[in-house]
Design a protein around this ligand. Structure first.
Ligand SMILES: C[S@@+](CC[C@H](N)C(=O)[O-])C[C@H]1O[C@@H](n2cnc3c(N)ncnc32)[C@H](O)[C@@H]1O
Length: 202
């Protein structure tokens, strides 16, 4: 059986390779429709700390920093974070960028909100419970998981289909309050879409 360290290395090599090769079909080159909606709805905490897991090139991280939010982003692949850092620097913006494994990372303090965009769907369903445990650990009690649940309606992945009934089992009501949802938002590749949900960590 592989330990988490070996898995982490395999994941790092896999994802870093995609960015180095330039095979990144998920990359929208701009912020997503779901992110714009969350921003317009004012759901990001103005005085809180926001985490963006598996941020990739991090257009949303850059937009949050530009809007004055306190934002931290984590990705297992160093290349997209180096590119994001260059863009932030060029604009005189600040965000904390962390190259690490989301499932193992232990920050000093929990966050007030997590913006989940195409990170969960990048993990195979066998790893989803570990993602839920990480999200629970990384948020303070009362913190918000601002999730865009990817709908592919396919059996295979990635991206893996995040059916709402599976999400409601994964983010169980004993640990999460399913507070509010919005209409599905288009993704980069039609007919893929994302359902925005705000969950509050109990
Ligand atoms: C499908 S991409 C989405 C990137 C970004 N959220 C976007 O919308 O463009 C998934 C991202 O998760 C990152 N990732 C995969 N496994 C990870 C892990 N264990 N810890 C942190 N990041 C991870 C990958 O490097 C990749 O950037």
């Amino acid at each position: 059986m592989k330990c988490r360290k070996q898995e982490e290395k395999a994941h790092r090599v896999h994802w870093e390779g995609k960015y180095v090769e330039g095979y990144i079909p998920w990359d929208r080159g701009d912020v997503s429709a779901g992110f714009r909606l969350f921003l317009e709805e004012g759901v990001f905490p103005k005085d809180g700390r926001i985490l963006v897991p598996g941020c990739g090139h991090g257009y949303e991280v850059e937009a949050l920093a530009a809007a004055g939010y306190d934002v931290t982003a984590i990705d297992i692949a160093p290349t997209p974070l180096a590119r994001l850092q260059q863009r932030l620097q060029a604009r005189g913006l600040e965000a904390r960028l962390v190259v690490d494994d989301l499932l193992a990372w232990q920050p000093e303090q929990p966050f007030d909100a997590i913006f989940e965009q195409t990170c969960l769907c990048a993990f195979p369903p066998v790893d989803w419970e570990a993602y839920e445990r990480a999200a629970f650990r990384l948020l303070r009690s009362g913190g918000a998981l601002l999730a865009l649940f990817v709908q592919t309606h396919r059996e295979d992945g990635p991206p893996w289909h995040c059916a709402l009934k599976d999400m409601q089992t994964l983010f169980a009501p004993t640990r999460w309050d399913w507070r509010k949802s919005w209409p599905p938002q288009p993704m980069h590749t039609p007919p893929l879409e994302e359902i925005p949900w705000m969950l509050i960590r109990k």
